[in-house]
Design a protein around this ligand. Sequence first.
Ligand code: M6R
Length: 606
Amino acid sequence: MCGIVGLISKENAVPGVLEALKRLEYRGYDSAGIAAENGQGITRQRTIGNIKTFADHLKKHPISGPTAIGHIRWATHGVVNEANAHPHIVGRVAVVHNGIIENFKELRAELGKAGVSFETDTDTEVVAALIDQNLTTDNPRDAVKKALEKLEGAFALGILIEGEAATIFAARRGSPLVIGFGPGGTILGSDTMAIAGIATRVCYLEEGDFAVLKSASADIFDADGNQVDREFCPLNAKATDLDKGNYAHYMQKEIFEQPTAISDTLGMYIDPLNSCVNLGEISFDFKKITKLNLIACGTSYYAALTARYWFETYGGLPVEVEMASEFRYRDVVQTSGELNLFISQSGETLDTLVALRHCKEKGQATAAIVNVADSTMTREAGETFLTFAGVEIGVASTKAYTCQLSVLAALAVAAGRARGVLSEKQEAEMVEVLSHLPSRLADVLYHDEAIQALASTLSQAKNVLYLGRGSLYPVALEGALKLKEISYIHAEGYPAGEMKHGPIALIEEGVPVVILAPTKGVHKKTLSNMQEAYSRKARIILVSDHEGIAAHKKEAFAGIEIPDVPDIGLAILYAVPVQLIAYHTAVAKGTNVDQPRNLAKSVTVE
Ligand code: M6R
């Protein structure tokens, strides 16, 4: 959350910083700002609102300079107003910051006693004030370094100092930061997408790094202050990944990209020709694992909840599923032989990262399923299984989720084979199911128009219930989360069998209830629970297979038919209608689908 950029250019750096900020907008859209050093001093422009508002403002109130830093904000400390928007300037120093300075109150009090007055409610302003104070006795590099030593918490920082032409100071601890060089100049950013287009060679700063960037060089120092050589590698980000194409929203584009995304992902883990799962060389042995802990947040957590059913049933493994933010601060008793598998689209979610580091400190084995290949989690986990969803820009996760489920399904089958729970024939049958999922998923997308037709009704609802059982219960949770996130309608996902123990009280005439109920296995019991809702006059939206839809025409206000596949493929297919329901309902309500209020794509605060 929050995105930072810095650019040293031969020309005016401000347009380049603005373009880079546009690519970071998924990280926050409460306010935006740029500060530029032009040889005579630092000038700054800031506005509340998204990057478009800021770009319009900048046209009317231009600033320029060959060295500039920029920021988009997802507010943590201090309300959304112009004063709290970055860059923050104190004396000769301008700062942009992603993260949280945890000891800012103490530092503020200390600086206050020394006569510094503050203009904002942010935690960031102390960083600029500390550096500015140090400049009275130290050279700029030492002034920044000394200030960093006093900071506690998480940060990625870009710093300009008046009079220091063509120089940006950068530092990271806990928040991601990448630097790069290219014909367009020297650039830093919160991720590679931000600096794509300018940088052709990039370097991911490591935990505790401090860098002094110049127009053609970067001096990098590690956490102990030693100058280090960090590896630079070529950057191959595709500009088309960032384009909406003919779709109205990124979320819509990403929903429709799912057949390709899961095909690309499954292609890395299954071998349909030889009818087996192929994980390549991995650092752990499923046979020896005593327990699997699946740890994640939000939608990734729901992917983990579904995977629990698969790992238990097909892998014969004891499984715990943990919300990262809770797991880290419980006294979880862990024994040797456990594998801790972290799931994250961004690979930067701080709750999940902190939980991963905690496990590593305890000597536990770790692995991660991550979509962003060059993320912190990828670098820190003992083993990484990448998803190949491509860049996901919509704040509401869609294709990353189904790709996570795809990898988890392949891992569960691999676990089953390794542990002797699944036979070779059963593995082959499951691989066959998985290999056909991309085209089955394309079939589900044909229901787009039918689902759109439901949106005007759903958009009037105050509450919506989602019910499912087994591997589809977490899909019910995910459906409710998607609807809440982008349409702001209250929704709850519930295990269908649990409804009669309480939530049934919410049902009154006309309340939409989305029933995820194939006619096979435990899922068919959900159809009985549907009757309980129907007889209380709920408006039933039935998502089921051909048999289920045909048999329940009377009860269903609407029916969405999903191909009949075995359990290992169900969650991936049933995810699509709940995504489309949320998407079209939000469009009907007129909310900002790709940038829902109060949210950010990558949550890098605890
Ligand atoms: O990048 P991560 O998968 O670690 O993100 C976890 C959650 O923040 C994320 O899934 C969030 O719940 C999404 N907004 C869901 O649409």
